[in-house]
Design a protein around this ligand. Structure first.
Ligand code: MD3
Ligand code: FE
Length: 219
């Protein structure tokens, strides 16, 4: 049994769950994912290469290239589907979202970031997901980092917080589109796992009595 502190609200709709995750259980699963879908440094629009190395598991994976960002069902390096999301990952993500107050989190995408010394990510928003009603859950493993938490406008004031091994962050609602980043790592290696509901909103279904395929209007 892990000793985890009580959830801390660090901003509106942003929760920190200190020590909620167990890196000894999770890091071997990260290693197994990377054996199927290796970490790589993706290009970003404009032509630069990310300092952070990434891979994915789950139905959809976050990708970037010179043309833009996209969630894709398969790994562009291999053409194969991303590795399945380990049940322990899904369980952790759903429990963390619930601890932050989001009761129906259905992540279909899991981005795994790897930071070496000197690697960081500048202020950005996560806005390539289809449904901003769903939160994001992020799990920090390994070396501590300092992350930056801004507001919904790029020039809003930024506050810094430390994230340590096993810390989990959950944010959504009014914080879903806040700018955030990670300062370059000073020491060690850090992994971060983020869980998102990336896929499209469910198609709206007729609410009346069910109709046969034959009588359904065609489009
Ligand atoms: C966002 N990852 O993958 S998650 C990303 O640590 C990403 O690897 C970073 O940004 C990482 O898109 C940051 C940590 C985090 C923490 C609190 C937040 C992101 C946040 C609060 C609001 C919005
Ligand atoms: Fe982000």
């Amino acid at each position: 049994m892990l000793l985890a502190a009580a959830p801390l609200q660090i901003a509106a709709d942003v929760w920190l769950l200190p020590g909620f995750a167990d890196s000894a259980q999770l890091l071997p699963l990260v290693t197994a994912i990377a054996e199927q879908a290796p970490f790589r440094h993706m290009q970003v629009p404009g032509g630069a290469t990310m300092a952070v190395a990434v891979t994915n598991c789950g139905e959809l994976g976050w990708t970037s290239d010179a043309h833009g960002y996209a969630y894709r069902p398969s790994d562009p390096l291999s053409g194969e589907p991303w590795p399945a999301m380990p049940p322990r990952f899904l369980d952790l993500a759903v429990r963390a979202a619930a601890a932050g107050g989001w009761r129906d989190f259905q992540p279909d995408a899991c981005l795994v970031n790897r930071y070496a010394v000197g690697a960081g990510v500048g202020l950005h928003q996560d806005r390539n997901e289809a449904d901003f009603m769903q939160p994001i859950v992020s799990v920090s493993l390994g070396a501590s980092c300092r992350f930056m938490l801004g507001g919904v406008k790029r020039n809003d004031p930024v506050r810094s917080h430390d994230l340590h091994d096993g810390d989990v962050m959950v944010w959504g609602g009014s914080a879903r589109l806040v700018f955030h980043g990670v300062r370059p790592l000073r020491l060690g290696t850090r992994h971060n796992i983020t869980f998102r509901k990336a896929g499209p909103l469910a198609a709206s279904r007729p609410s009346g009595p069910s109709t046969s395929t034959a009588s359904r209007p065609r489009r």
